[in-house]
Write a protein that binds this ligand. Structure first.
Ligand code: CA
Length: 224
């Protein structure tokens, strides 16, 4: 059964949502503010959050920011509920990591259908997010953050780091990396790889020390 957390301060809307979610065979959890929502998150394996943006106290976007900063909640999908007039806030929420939104007043049928679609997307959120230590790689936006700061990478550096982060702790063969990233032929010198590794290490700062050479094999990303 899918557990759905509803964070909505208006009781009528919250009840209506909870009623329809139960009818659908899912488990509704109700919070009337974001703090309550955060507590419920710790107590239940929530799969989707219906998040009202205009809340007393902690706002919806603040809740979202907290949620998205927590690795263990990577898999949770977020559907934003908002007034149409709050377009800027909706855009902000989507940027922070909301997966979808509906504007009030909404059709409950449409909302449930969209929720169903979000839930069936499987691991959706996490598939394109890779994180290790202070590194966060977003494959969808092609962006990297180190300690929360965006770092610009060249395309090749990005591809390299993606390979490493997809197989952390493993030794990746020099030839395989050259082959996969540079479409290796004799023209590409293997020191091209070393040069890119050196540059990548530099850009990652202290996290760059994770990239270690594995003698006679190639390189690997250290987990510790
Ligand atoms: Ca509200």
């Amino acid at each position: 059964m899918h557990a759905i957390l509803i964070i909505e301060d208006e009781p009528e809307i919250r009840e209506l949502l909870a009623y329809n979610i139960s009818k659908k065979g899912w488990q509704p959890l109700q919070a009337e503010n974001a703090n309550e929502g955060l507590i419920l998150l710790e107590q239940h394996p929530v799969e989707l959050v219906l998040l009202d943006l205009m809340l007393p106290g902690l706002k919806g976007v603040d809740f979202l920011r907290i949620l998205r900063s927590q690795e263990e909640h990577n898999l949770i999908r977020v559907m934003v509920l908002s007034a149409l007039s709050e377009e800027e806030r909706i855009v902000e929420a989507l940027k922070i990591g909301a997966d979808d939104y509906v504007t009030k007043p909404f059709s409950i049928e449409v909302l449930l259908a969209r929720m169903g679609s979000l839930l069936s997307r499987g691991r959706g959120k996490a598939e394109h997010l890779l994180s290790l230590g202070k590194l966060r790689l977003d494959l969808k936006n092609h962006s990297l953050e180190v300690e929360g700061k965006p770092i610009k990478l060249t395309l090749k550096e990005f591809e390299l780091l993606t390979r490493f982060m997809q197989q952390p702790g493993q030794a990746l063969k020099r030839d395989d990396l050259l082959d996969q990233i540079w479409d290796y032929d004799a023209e590409v010198q293997t020191r091209t790889l070393d040069a890119h590794i050196a540059s990548l290490r530099r850009k990652l700062g202290r996290e760059g020390q994770r990239i270690q050479s594995r003698p006679k094999v190639g390189y690997g990303l250290d987990l510790n």
